[in-house]
Design a protein around this ligand. Sequence first.
Ligand code: FAD
Length: 450
Amino acid sequence: MKTVVKRSYDVIVIGAGASGMTAAIAALEEAQIHDGTADRGSVLLLESNDRVGKKILATGNGKCNFTHEKIGGTHYHTDDRSVLEAVISGFPTEAALDFFARLGMLSREKNGYFYPLPETASTVLEVLRLRLSELGCEISCGVSVEGIEKKSGGFQICFAEGGKNRLVYADSVILATGSRAGGFLQSKNADPLGPAKCLGLRSTALYPSLTRCICLEDFYYRQLAGVRSHVRLKLYEENRAAGRKFLRQEEGELQLTKEGISGIVVFQLSGEIACMLSEKKRAIVEINFLPEFLEGELSGWIEKRLSLLPGRCLKDFFLGVLHKKVLDVCLQAEGLKGTQEIPCENRRKSFQMVSSVMERALHFTTEVTGVSDMRQAQVCRGGLILSQFDTKLECRTLAGCFACGEVLNVDGECGGYNLHFAWGSGLLAGREAMKRALKNRRGRGNDGRK
Ligand SMILES: Cc1cc2nc3c(=O)[nH]c(=O)nc-3n(C[C@H](O)[C@H](O)[C@H](O)COP(=O)(O)OP(=O)(O)OC[C@H]3O[C@@H](n4cnc5c(N)ncnc54)[C@H](O)[C@@H]3O)c2cc1C
């Protein structure tokens, strides 16, 4: 742990995750542009963990899916679309690729998802650390910011270091404290929203997002655990008076766990489901295990297959169509057995039998009763209300206070959107925070420190 050297800085960044590290880089680069020399801007990066960027190492299953080819506001959830669009439109996919290329990191694209060329998340962390060191950024780890106060011309920040309380000052402060999602925040004292609360900023309720869902019929899921299947998922809200209201659908690989459902298709719906459950709404998910089948062609398909495979029992009739475990559960739900013969002498009965199993596989309906907790989630839905900030991510009521990354009420879909927002908002907040600090410096009529 490095101790904090000075008493005052141009910019102090609280939190050295993806957004805080990029914010610190941008702030120092901005100072270079203005002052023409590398040593003019001073930035302090404070991190409560024992080292910087821990969460980055876990991203993309250790490969770090750091951006997506189709970045756009519709892939995010927030309270202020216009601020979000301003941030995102100023930082398209190419800007993220250029930023990392400038730091020396090349990338590889797979189905629209971008990864570092060596496909290791540590590469992303290392290029950021290297750039911070080249720019002479002062970093202090193991430091949880506990208090922050607005003073005339800047901010006073309070934290414990080596058992002693320390006070430091900055013209601009950047809140980049992220969230508890993923369980990477080691220090129990470090509250991601703590510093913002000290400044009187408002936040929304917090929910885990991009996470697994727990379903009601656990006796089915215990049998289905381990199955991976390409499905279409539809999310409905159900209530007694209005019945079922369709909300949205996703298609992709579903993973069945012993308690419920997981995989990217589920992650994409999980934030919305978490909000619904907290509002005591019923979340119904319909799984279509055979999304290739068109409803209108189902009868014809069944008739044809009955003619093609006469005399087979149910288990053998569906061999080659459905995963064995999925079939077992569908049969069970219909009160049928796999060894049961399809009565080919009675066409109507055999059709009914087969079609009931097909209908079950196409509309396997389940109620979601919970989502995994924040430590298992990839991101947090909710945070500092975005409308408190302007399009430069400066607090509208507190000049010099900026925020970026996941601490804000912005969360994206799976696919590189969250890190993209962390880089884009971090760079913007860093640049603007340094501009504000340099302006203050000029206003004080000196070119040096306070
Ligand atoms: C397992 C996992 C996999 C993921 N995979 C991907 C992926 O492939 N692609 C993608 O786009 N996104 C992914 N994400 C999401 C992405 O990692 C986050 O959205 C992003 O890292 C957020 O960055 P941040 O800097 O805003 O916040 P954080 O990474 O949470 O960083 C905030 C930092 O602030 C520190 N801090 C908090 N409070 C204080 C305090 N009071 N004082 C001092 N320091 C403090 C924390 O210790 C932390 O280091 C994944 C997340 C997880 C958990």
